[in-house]
Structure formats: structure tokens, C-alpha cells
Design a protein around this ligand. Sequence first.
Ligand code: 5AD
Ligand code: SF4
Length: 365
Amino acid sequence: MLDIANILKEESLSREDLIALLSVKRKEDRDLVFQKAASVRCNNVGNEIYLRGLIEYSNICEKNCFYCGIRAGNKQVERYCLDEDDVICSARHAFENDYGSIVIQSGERTDQDFINKIDSLVRKIKIISEHKLGITLSCGDQSKETYHRWFESGAHRYLLRFETSDPDLYYKIHPNNKKHFLLNRLTSLQYLKETGYQVGSGMMIGLPGQNIENLIDDLLMLKVLNVDMVGMGPYIEHKDTPLFKEKSQLLTKNERLGLSLLTIAVLRILIPDINIAAATALDSLSDDGRLQAIRAGANVLMPNITPLKYRENYFLYENKPYLTEADALIRKINESGSLNGYHIKLGEWGDSKHFAKRVKGFGLD
Ligand code: 5AD
Ligand code: SF4
């Protein structure tokens, strides 16, 4: 039998080691992995948890990912796009409450009007926050020119998940057409890096037909892509999507939660100095899913600050915790942190340490 304690002492982890870590079943072994991840986090990125106020700008999307509740083909959704005033008001809330940064997330649109609006919002948020609020964008695949324009206007981090690195699985969960090509995603990630962004990516965990080997490939893909940040979370079924018919193949919710937390811990051990977000989808599986993710090695929390009246329409998956108040979530993490040694750090961008090393050229490209 493989000895988890010995694997955790190794300087670098082989593929077999990673498989062993992600397959642990015994509680003692899981605890060893989590303890190691917590110590790796402390030694490499410290015990600060950084906030990004999440603004869900629009649920209008040109794409048709088979898993997503706001896919273009779902006619049950009431579509919205926030007014400028709503966005600025949310950003001001984040600024006045010392969040340090915000994320603007949106369904994907590539029309000029959308590109101009995001650009203008980024500029305005910079002005109202005296250039103090950090801005992350999560607005999908765009042209190199668009990424450049938004970066020049003041966005400095970009999140774009590849969802799964396995081409067969990728085309099981996306239409196989030009709009959805996996290669576009990978090219976009390269453009984002060349533009100068801190780049985040990630995958969904517990997809129908996904196995541990796929997840290891995803973790290794994150390493090869040399990302600065990771957002990855459990796949949660949504009844108005084509992937719902595969429901019977899924792990139970508890198993998906357990696997997601373990994947976070293994990623922390594999790439010690990146920022790892506690994904919102975790809270769909358990009331304290995000809190457990922080304990497992994540160091970024994204409280939802979208105006309440729009939240129920940004329904990517079932049981999305759209009513959780940002303040309540922050209180919960702070209370648990005082027992577990971490704390929320206000008023800072909380940039990825990995990015700082990458741009200084410490052997990372
Ligand atoms: N379950 C979990 N995550 C989902 N996302 C979209 N739909 C789902 C779902 N059903 C995630 C995708 C996307 C991010 C914005 O939301 O990973 O990149
Ligand atoms: Fe659109 Fe993103 Fe949902 Fe795909 S996952 S349908 S791109 S919002």
C-alpha cells in the first residue's frame, strides 16, 4: 500500500504520487493531505485570505455549454444586463468596505457594444476608487485586441477556465463547433499572458464521465499553462441543460464535495504560490463548502455583491447560493479563521505571488 505520509515528504510529485493523493479514502490520509496543504499555503502565500467582490454583470451569453444554466439555448431564463449605475454602486460598496478588488463576470458576448461597455466600466471603477480597487475580468473568449484594450483601461487579472483538459470529455460537455473550440480557450490564455494579465484558469470537478486520471491531467495542465490563479469547483447539474440527462452517472453531492476539497489541497501542494479561489459552487453542496475550501488550501474568497434583484437570474447550476450576504460570509470565514490560523486581509489586491515571480523571470515563462 502506498504510504501517503511518505509521498507528502517528497520534493516533487510524480503522476503516480498525484493519483495516490487524489485517491485517498481513509480519513487519516485525507487529514494528512489537508494538513500538508495548509502548511504549504502558510509557507508560500501566508495565512491571508483575499477578497474579490463578485459582480455578475450579465447573464446574456452567445455560447451553449451543455452544463450551464444560462446557455444561449435555455429559453427559461430571464436575461439581464446591469446598468452602469448598478455596477458602479456595487464597486463602490466593495471599495468602501475595503475589499481591495472586484471581479466582473459575465456571460460571453463579443459584440462591440459589450466590449465598449466593459471598457467604460473598468475605467469608471478605477476613477471612483481613486485607482485603488483591483479589477479582475471573467468575460470569456475575446480577441487579443479586446484583451489589450481592457488591460490598458485598468483590468489586471483575467479568469478563463478550460473546464477540462481532455478533448473527448470537453466535446461531451460543449458543442463541437468553432465558437466552442478548446483550442480557442488555450489560445486566449496565451494572449492574456502576453498582454500582461495575471491569468487564472481551472476546471470543473465531478463531471459525468470524468475520472481521477482526467483530474490529474487538469492539474498538470494548470502547471504547464503556468497560471497565476485557479478557480475550480464541483460540477452541479442544472435541469434545463442537455448534460442533465447524464445525472445518473454523477458522484453523490458528498463525494463531489470531498473530491473538490481534495483537488484543492493537491493543487496547493503541486503549485504552492498561486492564488486559489474557494468556488461559489461548493456552497451548493454544503452550507460551509467555501469555508471548507479555505481550510483545504484556498486563499481567495469571492463574495457576491451583485444587486440582489438580479441574482436569481445568474443561475449557472442548481442550488446556487444566490442569497448569501457577502457580509455574513466574511464573518463566517473570520470566525473560523481565528480557530484555524488564517484571516481575511482587507484593502489589498492580494496579487498572486506566482505572478510576481513569473514577471521577474525566475525561470518561469
Ligand atoms: N456547475 C458548476 N460550474 C458551472 N459553471 C457553469 N455551469 C456550471 C455548472 N453547471 C462554471 C464554469 C464557468 C464558470 C463561470 O461557471 O466552469 O467557467
Ligand atoms: Fe456562457 Fe460561460 Fe455558461 Fe458557457 S459557461 S454558456 S460561456 S456563461
